[in-house]
Design a protein around this ligand. Structure first.
Ligand code: AKG
Ligand code: FE2
Length: 193
């Protein structure tokens, strides 16, 4: 059973490399590639170096890339993963941002997931499929970085005060890598329509 690990300044994470069995992970990865309407979003006119999709509880309002969205519900497959993530992480989630990194040149730069609509100490749970990618956490003030190789079928949860003190990123790499999909579950609070 994966355990929570304390990091500097009240941050916490949990890593479960065998969250999905290899067979489950293969099936879900193939399903995600073909069943999700992936879109390249642009922020201030600049295309993001990855593709995205969103799901949220029906009627839930949230903003993303500067646009307001209204949740329209879940697909059964995603609901099943959400429920397993909730059990392992001991947290509940009402929204999901999916990322598709097409190759090693797709990435996400250092940022926090500290949007006000996620509340004071948000937990963000990431399930990974496909190519193994490096996930880096960097403390805002101390010279400390933590690096994890997020593998096919793994679960990584950031919790506690992580989003106040730590930035995270999925750096570009020159390695010839195939696709990776990440499912990032979040809980939006206090914005119900
Ligand atoms: O793909 C990942 O593992 C990280 C994605 C991320 O940080 C985000 O979507 O906010
Ligand atoms: Fe993030």
């Amino acid at each position: 059973m994966a355990e929570w690990i304390d990091i500097r300044d009240g941050g916490q994470f949990l890593y479960d490399p065998t969250f999905c069995s290899p067979e489950e992970a293969d099936t879900l990865f193939a399903w995600l590639r073909t069943s999700i309407a992936w879109k390249q979003e642009a922020v201030r006119g600049k295309p993001l170096p990855r593709l995205n999709a969103w799901f949220a509880d029906e009627g839930l309002k949230y903003s993303y890339s500067g646009l307001s969205h209204l949740g329209t519900g879940w697909l059964p497959e995603l609901e099943e993963i959400r429920s397993a993530v909730e059990t392992t992480s001991g947290t509940t989630f009402n929204s999901l941002l999916l990322n598709l990194y097409r190759d090693g040149q797709d990435s996400i730069g250092f940022h926090t997931d500290a949007e006000p609509e996620l509340g004071e100490n948000p937990a963000v749970a990431t399930v990974s499929f496909g190519s193994v990618r490096e996930f880096v956490l960097k403390h805002r003030k101390a010279r400390e970085t933590l690096s994890y190789q997020l593998g096919h079928g793994s679960l990584f949860v950031m919790g506690g005060t992580s989003q106040h003190h730590w930035l995270h990123a999925l750096p570009k790499t020159e390695e010839a890598l195939g696709e990776r999909v990440s499912l990032t579950f979040r809980r939006i609070v206090g914005t119900r329509a």
